[in-house]
Design a protein around this ligand. Structure first.
Ligand SMILES: [Zn+2]
Length: 285
């Protein structure tokens, strides 16, 4: 079944994914495996450079992962996330490549499925022991969750909501750069939602904190998962209200107003930041 919504996010699937933890019995012929090692996805590179995930069960490669979990069903195939903590020797054409580097280089739906798988792997790795009493957690059978056998504390896959926003003043957009960006690259501002905030309050606070600017007309645009490691990016547009740019010199080393014909180096199309900037560019046509 195709979704009627136009696809935006590189982590959106074009066909339906059914969450679940009870795979069909015949696993071998209907499973797709997404196996990671050190955050790299196991892929095969063809003679022409084309990249495909190595979706066969790990047993076919002669290894067994330390962690594996069924996470759902995609078009009749059972989807597994697996992590290998030890290094192994693989046939020459197989490699572990980080997901960020695979954007645009493999099937979109496989890329999206890998984005789901790695978040389950991170959650499993980082929540092995109960945060309340320290006992080793057990996987729940009925849902993707863990439970502490001692105190019954539940742990669910972690998601960190973050807002990201274009701030527009007439024909200009406010873009900023972090010290960790590649040279010359600017992007939209973004920040994590704090407990107790509405999303719109986070937008206003982040812009104020990072560049000393007040905004108004905050409008939701779109969202996308960002599995590096477990964010949900919630995209907004906002209009400039008042204030002169003054950066916090901490997270932001520079921020400027840019016109459409004078834009700096922009972030990758994998990011919702780029989508927000593209919307600004198109709005002036
Ligand atoms: Zn506990």
């Amino acid at each position: 079944m195709a979704y009627s919504k136009p696809r935006l996010s590189p982590f959106s699937l074009s066909r339906q994914f059914v969450l679940g933890i009870s795979p069909n019995k015949v696993v071998r012929e209907t499973s797709l495996w997404f196996v990671f090692h050190n955050d790299g996805l196991l892929v095969q590179q063809g003679d022409g450079g084309e990249i495909t995930p190595a979706i066969a069960p790990p047993s076919e490669f002669g290894f067994s992962p330390e962690f594996s979990r069924h996470i759902g069903n995609y078009c009749g195939a059972e989807i597994y996330a697996a992590e290998l903590s030890k290094s192994i020797t693989l046939p020459k054409t197989f490699h572990f490549i980080r997901l960020r580097k695979l954007f645009g280089k493999m099937d979109r739906d496989f890329f999206a499925l890998a984005g789901r798988a790695i978040q389950i792997i991170h959650w499993n790795r980082d929540h092995r022991f109960c945060g309340r009493c320290g006992t080793e957690m057990k996987n729940r059978r009925t849902e993707i969750a863990k439970i502490c056998p001692a105190c019954k504390f539940n742990s669910f896959p972690r998601l960190s909501p973050a807002v990201i926003m274009s701030v527009v003043r007439g024909k200009e957009i406010l873009l900023a750069r972090s010290p960790r960006f590649p040279a010359g690259m600017y992007s939209t501002l973004a920040g994590f939602v704090e407990p107790g905030e509405t999303l719109e309050e986070t937008v206003a606070r982040e812009v104020r904190e990072e560049v000393n600017v007040e905004v108004c007309k905050i409008k939701y645009i779109d969202s996308q998962p960002w599995p590096f490691p477990h964010s949900l990016m919630i995209g907004f547009s906002a209009q400039y209200a008042s204030g002169d740019i003054r950066t916090d010199n901490n997270e932001i080393e520079d921020a400027q107003w840019f016109s459409r014909d004078n834009l700096p180096l922009l972030p990758t199309r994998m990011s919702i930041a780029r989508h927000l900037i593209e919307l600004f560019i198109k709005s002036g046509r």
